[in-house]
Design a protein around this ligand. Structure first.
Ligand SMILES: Cc1ncc(COP(=O)(O)O)c(C=O)c1O
Length: 377
């Protein structure tokens, strides 16, 4: 049997990893500033993470949500504290798409409404509702097409206000990334996020903060939407939550009422996934990783702005987009093949940095030196 060929693959076989370093099968060493799409949050193979997961596996790896799983409560407590949302509720699932799917469903159950507002260049995942709210027709199957999702221009206050005037009483939810990831590292403006909050309050709609990529401490705040000083009704999360162990979740404001069967999953919230997520939060707290993300991220952003060739540097903390002119489309590939540094990309020509939250200033300097070399080449 062959694999279903849906991924353009870089021909590198990573066989070992530690912190922000990975090695291929020939023993070549690479600096990982991408973490496999923003997933590696506390560094590869962190000793506390390995210990916590190993211990859990020796006790029990999985049982379904039909029995008590106390480690879920422990995770909820730690997550409530670190995110400053102690009065919110936690629903656990397995991925970012599933988190958004449940967030959108919950908004619709809660309001009894059908319409979702999403924005240009948004990416919310590949399950049916999440993909319908994703601004990429190429990945929306005919069966996922729906008139219930309305796309509006990102950061356009006037258009959003008018849309609510026109059909606000039909809007179940507004879903927005605090910083668009796949869309090219574009920040939602503070006034725009504040406007979403006030319109959702005025019209009884649900504000969903997609924090799958931009959340979990990456920007220096727990949720990237926090910098706008607004509270969303539901936060979706995944990626950095398990440092590679599949886990996702939604943090749900107290006004939502749970009832048996409203949401559900077989695997979500299993013992092993929760052990991974608890280990991540332990390390984030012990090693003050949000502060590090803020500090090393600001340093990188300031230094990157000094390169004349760079058209724009966008982002916050360790979620950084470097926009280059089209003729420099080779830089990302050269960084990997010539300097052995993994980075990400966004179309048309943005290099995305999404490293572990504990990268050092020395790692940042290694990248800056290599980047300067590549720009000159
Ligand atoms: C903002 C955002 N939301 C949702 C998702 C979907 O997450 P997953 O791939 O875990 O389903 C992604 C994945 O890239 C994302 O960046």
């Amino acid at each position: 049997m062959e694999l279903f060929n849906v991924y353009p693959v870089t021909p590198i076989n990573i066989v070992k990893a530690q912190g922000s370093t990975v090695w291929d099968e020939q023993g070549n060493e690479y600096l990982d500033l991408y973490g496999g799409h923003a997933v590696i949050s506390i560094g590869h193979t962190h000793p506390h993470y390995i210990k916590r997961i190993t211990e859990q596996l020796h006790n029990i790896g999985f049982y379904s949500n039909s029995v008590l799983i106390p480690i879920q409560q422990q995770l909820a407590k730690q997550l409530g504290e670190v995110s400053g949302k102690e009065d919110y509720f936690l629903f656990l699932c397995n991925s970012g798409a599933e988190a958004n799917e449940n967030a959108l469903k919950l908004a619709s159950f809660h309001t009894g409404r059908k319409k979702i507002i999403a924005f240009t260049k948004a990416f919310h995942g590949r399950t049916s509702l999440a993909v319908a709210a994703t601004d990429n027709p190429a990945i929306v199957a005919p069966v996922n097409e729906t008139e219930n999702v309305v796309f509006l221009p990102f950061n356009d206050e006037e258009v959003l206000t008018q849309a609510f005037k026109d059909f606000g009483d039909e809007v179940a939810a507004v879903i927005i990334e605090g910083i668009q990831g796949v869309g090219g590292i574009r920040e939602a403006s503070v006034p725009f996020l504040k406007l979403i909050r006030s319109l959702c309050d005025q019209y009884g709609s649900v504000f969903i903060a997609d924090s799958v990529q931009c959340g979990y401490g990456r920007t220096g705040s727990f949720y990237s939407h926090d910098y706008a000083g607004v509270q969303a009704d539901i936060y979706s999360m995944a990626k950095g939550m398990g440092n590679g162990f599949p886990i996702g979740g939604i943090s749900i404001a107290p006004k939502f009422k749970a009832s048996f069967g409203l949401l559900g999953t077989t695997f979500g919230g299993n013992h092993l996934a929760c052990a991974a997520a608890v280990a991540v939060l332990d390390v984030m707290a012990q090693d003050n990783l949000m502060a590090n993300a803020q500090e090393v991220g600001s340093y990188l952003i300031e230094e990157l702005k000094k390169f004349d060739e760079v058209l724009e540097v966008r982002g916050r903390g360790l979620m950084i987009g470097i926009e280059l002119p089209t003729e420099m489309g080779h830089v990302k590939k050269d960084l990997l093949l010539k300097n052995r540094i993994f980075t990400g990309e966004a179309k048309p020509n943005v290099i995305r940095l999404l490293p572990a939250l504990n990268i050092t200033k020395a790692n940042a300097d290694q990248f800056l030196t290599a980047f300067a070399e590549r720009l000159k080449a």
